[in-house]
Design a protein around this ligand. Sequence first.
Ligand code: ADP
Ligand code: ASP
Ligand code: MG
Length: 409
Amino acid sequence: MALFVQKFGGTSVGSPERIQAVADQIIRYRAQGHQLVVVVSAMSGETDRLLGLAASVAERPAPRELDVLLATGEQATIALLSMALQARGCQARSYTGPQVQILTDNAHNKARIKAIDGQRVMADLAAERVVVVAGFQGVDESGNITTLGRGGSDTTAVALAAALKADECQIFTDVDGVYTTDPRVVPQARRLARVTFEEMLEMASLGSKVLQIRAVEFAGKYNVPLRVLSSFAEGDGTLITYEDEGMEQALISGIAFNRDEAKLTALGVPDQPGVAHLLLGPVAEANIEVDMIVQNVAPGGDTTDFTFTVHRNDYQRALEILQTVAGDMGAREVVGDPKIVKISLVGVGMRSHAGIASTMFQTLAAEGINIRMISTSEIKVSVVVDEKYLELGVRALHDAFHLEQPMTA
Ligand code: ADP
Ligand code: ASP
Ligand code: MG
């Protein structure tokens, strides 16, 4: 008998029929004698619908009220799933995040989990109940409802698994594991039987939305065995784990991409100490996260061009800030482009192999794709290209590195 935390995402609970199918699956696990804590998302499309409603009544809805609204999505699913379980004769009880005391900080819309009180859940498990918990939500110290950012139900599940010392945290979704890249973009993408926390963290932070980045961070930190599986088909899925000798030593484990970026450039900025701070300080003060940064000295040598990327949602605000500060500094011009994407190769095998970046650049060049920015680390190479080249670029790279077949270093 094992204790599993099982999380079902939006598509997996997207209709009454899907909720019934999930209930049937839970019954099968219970029949094997396992204890289950089930975390669910809002039904697919519901969080977007609620965001749309908020936008229709206020230009900038108050973050606190947005959390009160968004939390209703998951609350509906826990009740429906518990009803479906009870209708099958299975004892189940639903709880919202605040009810099970998922304590978070007070950063509305992107709160971080600080502590979980597992007592109540443990008591229900001891009474042989299936515990159904709303993902994505918690409560701050003052009793305000908070939410954990898009995709946050993954993090609820991992945090609960850590708090309850579960045997495994199982993320059931609409794909049967973590693939070499998004199978929606590259049909030849291959499922990885195992991937390291380090690679998964990199892939998640570079845009692979199959797992929320904080969930991976949390699982790595608390050593929670984490598995991604399909709620539609049987299989072993993908185990996220620490590196070990038995693991396939691929050069590249995957290709991540991010469609949510936008690029801004201040042209002809005086090349003096403190420029980066003067330009980016006000951006940081506005709570806008900057991702890639490139600075080039312009011909003549006394001015520099300064380029950086931000989330597309922050583009307009960042542009306004940059226009003001760059203008004050005597910059020649500020230009921006919200239609760019970032494509990244990820793999721990890169550490010991040179030439990955050059193959990447060559492959993109052969397709006529212009690279706008480049950034590298020990285990990744990222490029920024025009949005229209996303699919072409990802497919060409997947082919060039033969990711459809297991490759050993
Ligand atoms: P859920 O609603 O279950 O949380 P998500 O939509 O958040 O599901 O995540 C699953 C989706 O992630 C898949 O449908 C797939 O399109 C996408 N995805 C992106 N990158 C990958 C990858 N490397 N492997 C698998 N799926 C990926
Ligand atoms: N419902 C939330 C979202 O769509 C949380 C989640 O599904 O994980 O982002
Ligand atoms: Mg998700």
